[in-house]
Design a protein around this ligand. Structure first.
Ligand code: HEM
Length: 404
């Protein structure tokens, strides 16, 4: 039994029971961050804040949303948007955050790829990050079903159809997922449950794992330098902050982070108040109609690159290509065989690989938006092949990379 004494203050009372001083040291004042990092390292905090916006705005929307196929559309488009005070604001915050979060996730991922932050003990950070990516994708997709507009219905139809496995005859699987022959009440209910309960819980757990995975290897830095954190921390604590290569997470680093977060918030609320429509598809302002297929069904912008990898191929090959695109980023730490965890600009062929991958994914995104006809369809096809080819080439080009 631990030894408890009469508390001298509330702080002391809590400290004896929850070790809050130790927690504060481990998670904040003695959690060391390299000095040599730039604004891109604030993206993690930007993501955490955007997720908080999604949670809070989602809770307000949930107070009026009706998960019923006859009421859902009106509960969003009339009740929330027009009747409830500031309902429109919560919807705009939720919609803009859902789209912008992917932009920031992609920046955060590509920062990690550029600086090699998925190697040398940072593999778990990467893997938990990829699980977050998949969880956010599922969260976005399930949320898209809820207004029960035309795109909700037809995107739900197209994506669940993927599980028919083409000519693999996975009989009954699609109906099992939908709970019906077509997207209907059972379908809306289960996607509602996933969106408001199961996936957010998983995301919270994964964020804890992601932060935990950062604690031992610490964050990387702009030069990929292997810092002796104990020695540098000792300098800092002895008062030699100028010569130490590290700063404390709280308050030093947080104050720099908050500067970037503030600029982001200006951009974010500019979108919320003036351009919220960029995050909403006009077709989804028509109620779901199972008898009227939209002429051109496409997903939200952040799914377009993987959709374009699926589209040019026949059903089975397309499915395999799509599955490949979804999981391949998980394997990055193991497919990159080079020992160098330095910025791409200082690496051999990998620097070309990085830029080729980034540009290829932008091309795939653009081609995913346009109808698959003529030149666009040819460009999309070659971009999909390039994506697959780049991943196959990665272990070979990195294996022979010289140690820097
Ligand atoms: C949306 C959820 C996410 C949150 C809240 C989050 C949060 C964070 C935070 C706070 C950091 C430390 C500071 C920084 O480098 O920005 C970080 C680092 C990192 N994250 Fe994430 N992250 C998320 C998603 C992802 C995804 C999708 C990936 C990629 C697969 C990823 C990969 C990484 C990597 C590799 C690092 C280490 C960076 C370094 O060592 O320099 N994260 N994350």
């Amino acid at each position: 039994m631990a030894h408890f004494t009469k508390a001298t203050s509330l702080h002391d009372w809590l400290n004896q029971r929850l070790a809050i001083d130790t927690l504060r040291r481990v998670l904040a004042t003695e959690y060391w961050i390299p000095k040599n990092i730039n604004f891109l390292w604030a993206m993690g905090m930007v993501l955490a804040i955007t997720f908080a916006f999604l949670l809070v705005s989602g809770i307000f929307l949930l107070m009026y949303y009706q998960p019923n196929v006859d009421l859902a559309f009106d509960s969003v488009n009339y009740t929330i948007m027009q009747e409830v005070g500031y309902g429109w604001l919560w919807r705009h915050v939720h919609g803009v955050a859902a789209s912008v979060v992917f932009l920031v996730i992609y920046i955060h991922m590509f920062t990690g790829i550029y600086y090699g932050s998925y190697k040398k003990g940072r593999e778990m950070i990467w893997l938990s990050g990829m699980l977050l990516f998949v969880a956010f994708s599922a969260e976005a997709f399930s949320g898209y079903m809820l207004p029960w507009g035309q795109m909700s219905y037809w995107a739900g139809m197209v994506i669940t159809n993927l599980f028919s496995g083409g000519s693999l005859h996975a009989d009954g699987l699609v109906e099992w997922i939908r709970g019906d022959y077509v997207p209907a009440q059972a379908f809306l209910n289960r996607f509602f449950m996933l969106h408001v309960l199961l996936i957010p819980l998983a995301i919270i757990g994964l964020i804890v794992l992601h932060f935990g995975a950062l604690r031992i290897p610490h964050v990387n830095n702009q030069d990929g330098e292997e810092i002796d954190f104990e020695a540098e921390a000792a300098k800092y604590k002895a008062g030699d902050k100028a010569n130490s290569k590290v700063i404390a997470f709280v308050n030093d680093f947080m104050s720099k982070d908050m500067m970037v977060v503030s600029i982001y918030l200006i951009f974010f609320f500019y979108l919320v108040f003036y351009h919220y429509d960029f995050a909403m598809d006009p077709v989804n302002f028509d109620p779901a109609n199972g008898l009227k297929t939209p002429t051109h069904i496409y997903p939200e912008w952040y799914f377009l690159w993987s959709y374009e990898i699926l589209r040019p191929f026949s059903t089975n090959v397309g499915l395999i290509a799509f599955a490949f695109a979804q999981v391949i980023f998980f394997l990055l730490p193991f497919l990159d065989r080079s020992p160098n965890a330095v910025p791409a600009s200082r690496r051999g062929l990998f620097k070309y690989w990085f830029w080729a991958m980034l540009i290829d994914m932008i091309i795939l995104t653009a081609m995913g938006k346009v109808p698959p006809e003529g030149l666009f369809s040819a460009i999309g096809f070659y971009a999909a092949l390039t994506f697959i080819g780049l991943w196959i080439a990665l272990p070979f080009i990195t294996k022979f990379e010289k140690k820097v």
